[in-house]
Design a protein around this ligand. Sequence first.
Ligand code: UDP
Ligand code: MN
Length: 403
Amino acid sequence: MESVRLLRLTSRVWLHKFALVFLTIVFLTLIFKALKSSKQTASQNVSNERYDGEKDDEDEHGLAEATSSENYGVCQQPNEVGNMFQEWSKTNQTPLIIITPTYERSEQTAELTRLSQTLQLLIWAQMPLIWIIAHDSRVCHENVRALIDRKLGSNPFGNRQELQGHKNYNRPLVGTRLPVTILSAPMPSAFRDPERVRRFGLPRGVAGRRAALSWLIKHTRANDPGVIYFADDDNVYDLEVFEEISKTHRLSMFPVGLLQPSGVRGPIVDVHGRVIGFLGGRRPFRMFPVDMAGFAFSLALLHQKRPLMPFRATMEEEGFLRALGVDYGGIEPLANNCTRILVWHTMTAAPQVNSFQIPNPSGYSDTNLPLLAQNMVEQGLIKAAKGWFSHDIPTCLGQTCYT
Ligand code: UDP
Ligand code: MN
């Protein structure tokens, strides 16, 4: 009896002790967690948002897609890409590899027309060049292929038949065609999730650039010559920027104009021609606050480092440049030691076009309007000709106007 009571007593004491230890552990854990989170908020206040590259995307947001192999389709590519690079390596000129992400919207035709004609001038100036267009889309778009074909074809001035007989028809046309690869490279759907977009923004053009780099790695060799440049479809490029870029050995940088808040973003270069800092980047924790259009790198460096661009808005350049593993001392300043601006971050404002409706059929069917509307649809300026409706756009027939 006595021993049973003793046993009960000791077990109760142990129970108390256990409860005490348990409560202490819980208490300490809570304090530790509270301290940790307050420390995090403090460091976030200093750095706003600490960048940790791919790991960040994967670990923090569980987005395995961020590192999955690129998911793209080839809509068009030049014949014998490998041979092309081999031929180039026999000359003493450095081939330029221009990567342009693009997506469907009403300005797309205008942007691609401007850029393709800029690049056509380089071909006429006999620069070795390949253009990789990566369409943010699951499918290949015939209108983009046709546009590129028309603009970079044997006669970018237009249809020969239409021009025949015209007094200016005999224009001197240079035969060389710009080799173009067109990829379909959709942004993984997880990055379009509204909640994620609200928190982190949209990683614009990242899927396209990554796909283009994957395509390049597959079709070139590590010792092939070449300099890679990310040329977004909406910027304006002075031809001289391409001349400058071709001087790149490993990683070059130069200023980009029309960026907020200072009108420019780019390296600060000392009297010895060394990069010592950056102008225009507002986040102190960024090592390379440069714009996508403000740097170029060698094909060899791509093969060597296989850098991935993070699917993180405002951090695309930073993550990519860190992955290239070049420090300030290794950056080659171009554009006369970063004193000249040869590329501008222009942004085209989208027009407010709700619908385009051709007025009253009887009055207009014999006019230019039906064909005009059809061409607008082909260009992506309007979604589709909605048929015949009356007086939705301001129109005048003779003296009679409708609004
Ligand atoms: N882009 C894309 N998919 C998108 C949005 C943009 O492929 O959903 C392309 C766009 O055509 C451009 C580049 O990514 O070549 C950068 O986009 P944008 O110019 O809209 O961004 P910003 O220059 O304002 O950062
Ligand atoms: Mn842009």
